[in-house]
Design a protein around this ligand. Structure first.
Ligand code: NAD
Length: 313
């Protein structure tokens, strides 16, 4: 299985590394406006393949995307300290206008996986620019945020994050919704497990976890300039679900006709992912507060989505 990655910066190269080391892709093609960077990253990662699988990674051109099952788009301007994801919008729409038509021409049957921020809005832009069916345009959405949520819950409860079912829905960004009401582990609701292990989920603890999830990117960017390992893990996981036709439920972003009354937006809901991209979207069971927050998140995205679609020349 071949995976193309457009943008060989921090996110693109970390994703290529994850795909190679986990044996998820047989071939990885890295494309970047900065060819020297793409070549250097491919060479560096190739030197790790003897310790992983008999996989190939190379820098390439759009023609090399022919037959790629997934093309991941990470090319974009990066968030500066203090800059919100939504501020990035104008810069990244222009970049997508130059990239997407070339990907479509080279790999018309591929599934697009969008990571560039603001991720939900760029997923909508990619859908429009590609003309692909909505099942084949997927945003990384809140897969990373869900993983952050499960990690912090796991630390608090003394349970592997892999055994925790709790999701972040809505925007990959400030308005994301941590869904506390429906989380569970080991057949019991999170709150029950927390009582059992003597680590109750008090309002203070919940607030700490919420802050740790919602503001993770800002904190990491403050310390090292950008985030890339977590998202690389998330992108690799989504690719694995596609290439193995897993029917895994992941909180990816995709186009929805209606979310809490807001029409035609991309955001994250629990979604069944396999060979055809999106196989199904699950309507989550939420309490009234979470529903109201999801609506607010949808409204935020709608506002910027409309602006982004107008920017397309
Ligand atoms: P980076 O600056 O390290 O890399 C971006 C790369 O894109 C650069 O190498 C640049 O040369 C390339 N590029 C720019 N325009 C291009 C074009 N027209 N064609 C080909 N290549 C082009 O940035 P990064 O840290 O890798 O982040 C990339 C994007 O991913 C940003 O938008 C960032 O905000 C986003 N991101 C998303 C998530 C998520 O959860 N979805 C997490 C982290 C970062």
């Amino acid at each position: 299985m071949k995976v193309g990655i457009i943008g060989a910066g921090g996110v693109g190269s970390a994703t290529a590394f994850a795909l190679i080391m986990r044996g998820v892709a047989r071939k990885v093609v890295l494309i970047d406006a900065n060819e020297k960077r793409a070549c250097a990253e491919a060479m560096d990662i190739a030197h790790a393949t003897p310790f992983a699988y008999a996989n190939k990674v190379k820098a390439g051109t759009y023609a090399d995307l022919n037959g790629a099952e997934v093309v991941i788009i990470t090319a974009g301007a990066n968030q500066k300290p203090g800059e919100t994801r939504l501020d990035l919008l104008g810069r990244n729409v222009k970049i997508f206008e130059s990239i997407i038509p070339q990907v479509v021409a080279a790999a018309p049957e591929t599934t697009l996986l969008i990571a560039a921020n603001p991720a939900d809005i760029m997923t909508e832009v990619a859908l429009k620019l590609s003309g692909f069916p909505k099942e084949r345009v997927i945003g990384s959405g809140t897969v990373l945020d869900t993983s952050r949520f499960r990690t912090l819950l796991g630390y608090h409860l003394g349970v592997s994050p892999k055994s925790i079912h709790a999701n972040v829905l809505g925007e990959h960004g400030d308005s994301e919704v941590l869904t506390w009401s429906n989380g569970d582990a080991g057949t019991v609701p999170l709150e029950t497990l927390a009582q059992m292990v003597g680590r109750p989920l008090t309002p203070e603890i919940k607030e700490q976890i919420d802050d740790g999830v919602r503001n993770a990117a800002y904190k990491i960017i403050e310390g090292k300039g950008s985030t890339f390992y977590g998202i690389a893990g998330a992108l690799c996981r989504i690719c694995q679900a596609i290439t193995t036709n897993e029917y895994a439920i992941l909180t990816v972003s995709s186009h929805h006709n209606d979310v809490e009354g807001i029409k035609d937006i991309c955001l994250s809901l629990p979604t069944v992912i396999g060979k055809r991209g999106i196989h199904n979207v699950i309507s989550p069971k939420l309490n009234d507060d979470e529903k109201a927050k999801l609506k607010k998140s949808a409204e935020t995205i709608k506002d910027y989505s409309e602006k982004a679609l107008q920017l397309i020349g």
